[in-house]
Design a protein around this ligand. Sequence first.
Ligand code: F3S
Length: 754
Amino acid sequence: MQFDIDLIKKVYSSFSERVDFTRSFLGRPMTYAEKILYAHLYDKKELGSHVRGVDYVNFAPDRVAMQDATAQMALLQFMIAGKNKVAVPSSVHCDHLIQADVNAETDIKTALNTNREVYSFLQSVSSKYGIDFWKPGAGIIHQVVLENYAFPGGMMVGTDSHTPNAGGLGMLAIGVGGADAVDVMTAIPWELKMPKLIGVKLSGRLKGWVSPKDVILKLAGILTVKGGTNAIIEYFGEGAESISATGKATICNMGAEVGATTSIFPYDNNMSEYLIATGRKDVANAASAIKSYLKADDEILTEPEKYFDRLIEINLSELEPYINGPFTPDAAQPISEFARIVKEKGYPQKMEVGLIGSCTNSSYQDMSRAASVARQAAAKGLTVNAEFIVNPGSEQVRYTAERDGIISDFKSIGGVIMTNACGPCIGQWKRHTENPERKNSILTSFNRNFAKRADGNPNTHAFIASPEIVTALTIAGDLCFNPLTDTLKNKNGKEVKLDEPYGDNLPIKGFDVKDSGYIAPKNDGKGITIDISPDSERLQVLNPFPVPLPTDFVNMPLLIKVSGKCTTDHISMAGPWLKYRGHLENISGNMLMGAVNAFNGKTNSVLNVLNGSYDKVSEVAKTYKAQGIFSVVIAEENYGEGSSREHAALEPRFLNVKAIISKSFARIHETNLKKQGMLALTFVDKSDYDKICESDTMTIKGLDTFAPGKNLFIEVSHKDGTKELFEVAHTYNDLQINWFKSGSALNYLSQLKK
Ligand code: F3S
């Protein structure tokens, strides 16, 4: 059994008491999201009137989930924390590294071969530290989490942006970087900016061709890709109750596309039915027993505008299917207007590939409704006029769908079934095209459609819709086909119309699976050794970072003075570097390669003060490191904005950078730097940025009395022998100063254990 009913009962045992206590402390009713947040404070002493969108609060989530691309660095870090077991139930899912090429049978064999080393590492680490392991082909992380782990009222983090999918079962699920996952797995307080709250009231009922996907496609148009930033989207209303649990998951999943911290639905009957159908009757019973706490308070529901930071209302009965894109998920277009827009904007009208699946839309209900379109098309003498690719969300969904004839419905019109994995959704798609230069259109049931995401081709116009709309348009092979109004000519030359799709929320005969792909960890993993070859290009053992010495901070040369924006992408680029996510030394070759050098306006070209030449940032840092020299990075505003990618902090730490001094930091990156034992300092007088010259060296003064709220000083030595002193501020608290003194947060943790 993969879910832990005892854990869930433990969460529920104090849930109502914590909520009642908080409600009386705040003196006002609470939304559902707030109830979960306050029930998961790391320390009850943290209870306060935290300002939403401003204050940072420490939480203790119940679970962690990791996908194979991000799990590598998370687990490498966990391994040096000195723990025998993860502090909370955790799982690893092998879904991102499988490329879609021929079909499921062939592709899984290729993936097992290509990624053997990574899979074997992930499996043995999981087994050693008590982590559930889902082997390649078991399914996509968020579908597997929904089927096995998500529970109403719970809180989890996952090392993937679409972790909020679990909001479909009433769980507060947040996408994070690997370092955050390590916090939770090692029981370090996990910090989050108290989110703002966007309420979405759903009335009416979905009907005909309209599906849950259309709710979020419409909302993406309202909120845009930034509208949900630092906010939780909380759905409620009679319309919400009418949507299946997996449909709710689709809506929550794509909240990531509007930048939301997470999205959530209150507990209801559909969730209870899904829990029972997936073998978790105990969880359904336990949740039902505290049902009144697993939703917003009644006063909130009657006067939502008073309590949410923003309120949006959508009437499901008036909704029509949407097709969003190309190149951005918030370009929302109702299907009745889509053909006109395609023609006006000159998008390629011929549909070349239709793809259904991904973590967003690969439930049994999704497959069942899309199959109803395929089935009637075959009966009406139609076949597909574009390539048709299907990625089921899990082996449980695939096996059940095969038993129920759904897979053969897809195959009957020319569908190709790929592995239960991410595949084309994350660019793991060996697309077969004779001319990649040609502008072309594809339609997917995925969540993201940025240029190059699916097939790496900037000429591909990717649009997003529900699986049933994707299937219909794939049959037509025409982006301008509207199945609600248009007809198609069948093989006998007769005009036929597709009927509305229908399907079952849950399989009538119940779910079934032969091999779910789940591998339980060892009860006692002490005897398991983790072998990482020293010659490996993809994996490298992380060694604890050295404890800093006072002499480390004297006369450090400038590595780079960054001009302008410097996001985590500028610091640690993705693309071809993705494959080195588990190898710190190799991935450090990309360090700061996107940052602009303030002295020459170039990227990846900085002065090596040892020989006067210019070289890549990482190369210069490596030369310094080889000589035992430490260095400093100077930057402007909001350094490290973007993602929570821990590599952006690990790489400079690995290459002997001791301090980043900036005009300001993005908060998450600042914390990541602190966790890795770096100094993140800010100019007290921002104009001191201008004092730094290319050949300067810097000494940090005041570290012997490093204390919260006490500024440090930088003594700059110029090439002409003159010196200047300026003041820098920091936000280190006592705990973070201990991290610094120990060399990293993980070092500190393992010292505590000793
Ligand atoms: Fe995978 Fe795409 Fe979801 S990459 S986790 S299927 S967003």
